[in-house]
Design a protein around this ligand. Structure first.
Ligand SMILES: NC(=O)c1ccc[n+]([C@@H]2O[C@H](COP(=O)([O-])OP(=O)(O)OC[C@H]3O[C@@H](n4cnc5c(N)ncnc54)[C@H](OP(=O)(O)O)[C@@H]3O)[C@@H](O)[C@H]2O)c1
Length: 251
């Protein structure tokens, strides 16, 4: 089991990223909190520092569209934290679209935040950790990436792309002793799902519960896992449904 000492969480201002950053700090890590909304980040920083010790959390305001800023910011964060052993990319968006809408702007935006931003941050982590032969790289993908469903078209595509990118990164870095982890949540109660009409089953988990599962699995170096774990058999069945049948299902 690995205890993390220095972690950066991109997308720490709300939801799963916020709860995971908080739990990492509670377990002893120094955490760098990255996102756009400064007041939310500062509120979390104050809470962490008050509960777990001064200077436990550092804040870095950043928009993941700014990929050219990432290399310098990544170095600055590692320096100011005093080290780095976990990089978690939790930033993501899920734009809602109407059934007859084909919106290239929304699609490009989703791919930029959910995939390009992840690549910009995790490529930096890969370079650093491949030299130190240590470290854990993780990102929050989704069960949504398993199939091309009618709903959330670009979101599904973005998570499929992220899952594939992470698998490639894992295969490249395994020989260097670096762990690359793909996190696949199902329905989690956060701002992202607040306005969405979700089915009564499978049940929705809290962001706190999701964070507990994520931190425990990261420490055990699980490489691909579902959150909560009952999504694994659901995802398995989803993948098995033949396309002609899947096409007729309104999911
Ligand atoms: N909730 C679910 O059911 C569910 C299921 C599967 C996967 N996920 C994934 O879990 C991750 C976290 O989502 P969540 O549910 O916790 O939703 P959330 O509360 O809306 O959190 C999204 C995070 O992404 C950050 N973000 C969005 N755009 C950004 C940008 N341009 N630059 C930097 N950061 C940006 C937000 O920070 P700022 O707005 O402050 O920048 C926020 O911290 C996402 O990747 C999501 O796709 C969620």
């Amino acid at each position: 089991m690995t205890a993390f000492h220095y972690a950066v969480v991109i997308g720490a201002s709300s939801g799963i990223g916020l709860e995971t950053a908080k739990l990492l700090a509670k377990q002893g890590a120094r955490v760098a909190l990255v996102a756009r909304r400064l007041p939310e980040l500062q509120a979390l920083q104050q809470q962490i520092n008050a509960e777990y010790g001064a200077d436990r959390a550092l804040v870095f305001q950043h928009d993941v569209h700014e990929i050219q800023a990432v290399p310098d910011l990544f170095q600055r964060i590692a320096h100011e934290l005093g080290g780095l052993d976990l990089v978690l990319y939790a930033s993501g968006i899920f734009p809602q679209s109407r059934p007859n809408e084909y919106n290239t702007h929304n699609d490009a935006e989703t791919i930029t935040v959910n995939v390009i931003g992840a690549m910009a941050w995790l490529n930096e982590a890969a370079q650093r950790f491949s030299q130190t032969h240590s470290g854990t790289i993780a990102a929050i993908s989704s069960v949504a990436g398993e199939r091309g469903r009618r709903m959330g078209v670009s979101y599904n595509a973005s998570k499929a792309a992220l899952t594939s990118y992470l698998e490639s990164l894992r295969n490249r870095l395994a020989v260097k002793g670096v762990s690359v982890v793909t996190i696949k949540p199902g329905y989690i109660q956060t701002d992202m799902t607040a306005g969405a009409k979700l089915p009564a089953f499978p049940p929705i988990a809290s962001a706190q519960r999701a964070a507990e599962i994520i931190v425990a699995k990261l420490q055990k170096k699980n490489t691909v896992f579902y959150v909560p774990s009952f999504w694994r058999p659901i995802a398995f069945i989803l993948r098995l449904i033949p396309s002609p049948i899947f096409r007729r299902m309104n999911i």
